[in-house]
Write a protein that binds this ligand. Sequence first.
Ligand code: MRU
Length: 347
Amino acid sequence: MRNIAFNQAGDRVVILDQTRLPGCVTYLELGTAEEIYDAIRRLKVRGAPAIGICAAFGMYVLSLSMPRESYEEFSKEFARVKEYIGSSRPTAVNLGWALQRMERIVSEHPGAPVSEICVKLKEEALEIQQEDMDMCRRISEYGLSLIKNGDGILTHCNAGPLATSRYGTALGPLFLGKERGMEFKVFADETRPLLQGARLTSYELEQGGIDVTLICDNMASMVMKNGWVQACFVGCDRVAANGDTANKIGTSGVAILADYYHIPFYVLGPSSTIDLNCPTGADIPIELRPPEEIKEQFYEQPMALAKTKCYNPAFDVTDHSLITAIVTDQGIFRAPYTESLVGITQI
Ligand code: MRU
């Protein structure tokens, strides 16, 4: 089953609950705006493309119970709910991008019967998911062209099938290579504080039969120094027009280390993650999350005093100067990014 789907009746979104992995494979049904907001906010569904897909599926499901008497009432309510779902997480541009595509379906059919608009909304949500699968496949092909059999690859956070629809972005080339009989040695950063690398990346790679070694984030320098890493592959939540890239907190540190050890550092993402309206990384909103994630989550008892202050940004920005190339479904883009990325076509 896909990680995001409709239930059999077609009136709920079904997601694989990523917070329960790797111990439990549990599916959740989401039927209200609050449930969809909460699932995204609490990372039950996570990864930039996946939250966009979930939001698109959610808007269709929610549209089924919106006022149907007039187009005006329907579109007003649609805009209100879209704003609410869009406020669940600020950094990944894919969320706003997918919601805008859904709203465009409404605005492009003024006065049409609501039942007809709902049919088109469902088609659009499924189209967004299908496009993501196609984009990930193309990213995987381009990414695979940058590495060779036997290479050691370091990755941070989770940018695999769970975070997308299929293949993934940063992990896509590794799954595609595996299908073609290639072997890689992957080092997965555990990714403090929410452990996406430990819980999700090492799980996905183990399932796919790919050699994976889990390391704590502070061990990346050591494995690079040992000569075990030939390339870093990471995903992205938003790429600014100058190539500055927001991704999971800790990514910029990996890029700085890779630069020091002369290891190529590649960012892989769909064209929907490139935000040409965002001039630089300084313009990317960075999500701040609660201190409990650092002090309590995953521990049997708190690891710091209740009064101890925490700073918990969910993402950081890697400066474009540290990025060897940005690998998208439309090709491999290199510096100067202000010139190369303008060639990206967006839907
Ligand atoms: O907070 P998360 O787990 O949603 O952060 C996810 C990442 O940073 C991923 O690397 C990014 O979304 C790319 S997923 C293809």
